[in-house]
Design a protein around this ligand. Structure first.
Ligand code: HSE
Length: 396
């Protein structure tokens, strides 16, 4: 069976290298011969050992009956969506590492795949090299998952780790993450939290079987975290991590949020550093399960795509039961359906304004549990008297 790769960037080139260098292992695992058939990329790759594989027209891939699996690593919704849709409709399997595409078009592509009796798999879209998607839809399918929380963006975790360990500047740490191939083409998707937001939307949709729309999830990035926050958090025994969470409420609605959060140093997520990701999954039957591994980078992500390629090759005419509905009604429970404590830093003594708060340093407080509306009222009140310098929820 031949494989076509769409996009020869960081991840796509990793997939090509594994297919060529580990051809025997991949074929043995797939129980049939697996071969790199074509790579779609308009750039010039002359001099590369497999330069004969490059094509610049997707139709060459679409119309090649020997290509049974399309591996998309281009990123963005278009033309990735149109290409994958066309491939599925033509009876080809598709695998992708594209978070944006799965978060926005997952339900539609899964439905097209199902009606054409082929697979659409996306292990590489969340958690890089961590086997996460497949365990969630297979091993934990009936475990009664109630809650998930994790560090889902390698770039921001790398930046925060550098800021904590070495007092590195934000810009310097971001440049390193870009050089190492962790960051998105536009790294604002990482630092502003959109990448983690898409990933928690995918996990929620997958586990609770209805699309959670990324645009509904309150999302904040790490761009406002200062050296003072880092230093005060450390003094008080906390780390700061970008945490993506989702939980199913008793009415069946989902509360989700992405934001930096203070985490006590004895929490398992506090020791997840550098490019590593971790997801804590809480389920009725299993209790807490922790997934941990490299969340970004060429080979970990390419390896997850290879695992999907093998799964597709092994399950011809026996498609996997991954599926979720794209309902007209929102499943998001609303911003105020959750209350949490906040770390607050002000430019003045605000102890009389922040009722019931614990004072943890000079002009620094931890509030009692507040909803989003309550914290927004408190923010306005503080800004009437002076300045709110930081507001970071506690992850408990
Ligand atoms: N930019 C992403 C990250 C890549 O840093 O986690 C992996 O999805």
């Amino acid at each position: 069976m031949k494989i076509a790769i769409l996009g020869h960037g960081t991840v796509g080139s990793g997939v090509a290298e594994i297919l060529i260098e580990n051809a025997n292992e991949v074929s043995a695992a797939a129980e049939k011969n697996i071969e790199l058939g074509a790579i779609l990329d308009i750039r010039n790759f002359e001099g590369i050992s497999y330069s004969d594989k490059f094509v610049s027209d997707f139709d060459e891939i679409l119309n090649d009956p020997e290509i049974g699996i399309v591996a998309e690593a281009m990123g963005g919704t278009e033309p990735a969506f149109s290409y994958i849709k066309a491939a599925l409709e033509k009876g080809k399997n598709a695998v992708t590492s594209n978070k944006e595409l799965v978060a926005e078009k997952g339900a539609e592509l899964l439905s097209i795949a199902r009606s054409h009796n082929v697979n659409f798999l996306f292990e590489a879209s969340v958690g890089g090299g961590i086997p996460l998607i497949r365990p969630l839809y297979s091993a934990m399918n009936a475990a009664g998952i109630t809650e998930m929380a994790g560090i889902l963006n390698g770039t921001t975790n790398y930046i925060l780790t550098k800021m904590f360990r070495f007092g590195s500047g934000y810009e310097e740490a971001l440049a390193d993450a870009q050089r190492l191939g962790y960051a998105e083409r536009d790294p604002s998707a990482d630092v502003l939290g959109f990448d983690a937001c898409r990933k928690i939307a995918i996990l929620s949709s997958l586990v609770w079987k209805k699309t959670l729309r990324p645009e509904e999830i309150p999302t904040e990035g790490i761009d406002k975290i200062t050296a003072e926050d880092v230093s005060l958090a450390e003094t008080c025994g906390f780390s700061i991590k970008l945490i993506a969470r989702a939980k199913k409420l008793s009415d069946g609605k989902i509360f989700a949020k992405v934001s930096p959060a203070l985490i006590r140093n004895d929490s398992p997520l506090a020791s997840v550093n550098d490019v590593f990701n971790a997801v804590l999954v809480r389920a009725k039957t299993t209790g807490d399960v922790l997934f941990y591994g490299k969340g970004a980078g060429k080979m970990p992500t390419a390896s997850a795509m290879i695992s999907d390629i093998i799964e597709c090759a092994k399950s011809e005419n026996n498609i996997k039961s991954v599926f979720w509905e794209d309902g007209a009604q929102s499943v998001f429970a609303g911003r105020d359906s959750n209350a949490e404590r906040y770390f607050i830093r002000t430019s003045f003594d605000a102890s009389e304004i922040i009722e019931g708060a614990e004072i943890i340093g000079e002009n620094a407080y931890i509030t009692s549990p507040l909803s989003e509306s309550e914290v927004s009222v408190l923010t306005d009140k503080i800004n009437e008297h002076g300045k709110l310098l930081s507001k970071i929820p506690l992850f408990e």
